[in-house]
Design a protein around this ligand. Structure first.
Ligand code: SF4
Length: 361
């Protein structure tokens, strides 16, 4: 039913950040950002490794000083992840960074003269790397801020202005982000700009807050945009652990129907009929199935009342009872066994099913 609401992806120009294609028919990639001082090689490398392990496709690093910019070369040699240098104002840092990274994030309107923009474009052309224009509702150029305030219209005007500055030099290897700190403005800005330019969009809500708040804002804004066919790469910003950003982004992709990979778990909220510790069971199931990439619908139910009906929609289900549980596969009861060991058996059965499905494709 959900599929009816999912629109085809908006056709966009394809660019490449390292070996990751963005736009066109490329899968929607997931990004994050390190929070170490980039020149602290050891810490930054550790964060890159954490992000890679969590499944990030691309990572952005803040470049504030020449020391940071020069560190990028070493960091690039230590990771297979595509790297983006995040630079504000100082075009010279972009020139250094462009020698080693896979993309530069800089707003050309912030770096001053046309000559400086030309230099950055030249450096990016020399290594065939793209530029991300990152419009942020909280830091619009003065003229747009005064005319429109921090509104979606102001963000769109800023994006068009920055895009034109690059296009004037014949540079079109561009991606664009339009982030506000709330979902409605973020959504509106992307929706307004989408028909006006062919470039791929990097989706995100800026300063989205802690996990709980970011989860809600990012799900509303990014989930909606993705279902409208808008968005080619994304970041869920969270004041918290790096791994959570990747997990959240991947879940939004999955639940908005844009990525089929991995396990989708349906679980009941429990009620007075429950006779088992479903909360502990679901935590164990989630953790132990997190490594599975094969798309599977799994349901975990507190009793048999809804489990059989739910199991018809699930590839494999578990229904608890009074000290016992049923494993239901393909709508039929596969096994009935004691509650104590049923999670272990369930995980085994899901892994077998995932391997069978993977072999079929
Ligand atoms: S599946 Fe059973 S325990 Fe869970 S909410 Fe429904 S009736 Fe209650």
């Amino acid at each position: 039913m959900q599929d009816n609401k999912i629109k085809p992806r908006y056709p966009t120009k394809q660019i490449h950040v390292g070996n990751v294609a963005i736009g066109g028919d490329a899968p929607i990639s997931v990004q994050s950002m390190t929070f170490s001082k980039t020149h602290n090689i050891e810490e930054t490398k550790a964060q890159l490794d954490r992000l890679q392990l969590a499944g990030a496709d691309i990572v952005r690093l803040a470049v504030l000083t020449e020391e940071d910019a020069h560190a990028l070369k070493t960091l690039k040699s230590m990771t297979s992840l595509p790297l983006i240098a995040d630079i504000h104002f100082k075009y010279k840092l972009a020139l250094i960074a462009a020698e080693s990274v896979d993309c530069i994030r800089i707003n050309p309107g912030n770096i001053g003269s046309k000559e400086k923009i030309r230099e950055v474009v030249k450096a990016c052309n020399a290594r065939n790397i793209p530029i991300r224009i990152g419009v942020n509702g909280g830091s619009l150029e003065k003229e747009f801020e005064q005319k429109y305030g921090a509104t979606p219209q102001g963000m769109v005007e800023s994006a068009l202005y920055n895009i034109k500055l690059l296009e004037d030099f014949g540079f079109t290897s561009i991606k664009v982000s339009l982030k506000a700190s709330d979902a409605p403005r973020t959504m509106q800005a992307y929706e307004l700009l989408r028909p006006l330019v062919p470039y791929p969009f990097h989706l995100g809500v800026t300063e989205a807050g802690t996990l709980y708040h970011s989860m809600i804002k990012s799900s509303i804004a990014l989930g909606n945009l993705l279902m409208q066919g808008i968005g080619d790469t994304m970041r869920c910003s969270i004041t918290g652990e790096l791994e959570e950003e990747i997990k959240l982004a991947k879940s939004i992709l999955r639940y908005s129907g844009r990525q089929k990979e991995g396990i989708t778990i349906v679980s009941c909220p429990t009620c007075g009929r429950i006779q088992a510790d479903l909360v502990s069971a679901i935590k164990k199931v989630e953790a132990r199935l997190a490594h599975i990439k094969t798309p599977l619908q799994v349901s975990v139910m507190g009793c048999a009342v809804n489990a059989l009906g739910e199991a018809k929609h699930a590839d494999i289900a578990i229904a608890f009872g009074n000290k016992i549980g049923h494993i239901i596969k393909g709508g039929k009861v596969l096994v009935k066994m004691s509650e104590d060991s049923i999670v272990d058996r369930f995980v085994e059965e899901v892994e077998i099913l995932a391997a069978e499905r993977a072999a079929e494709t």
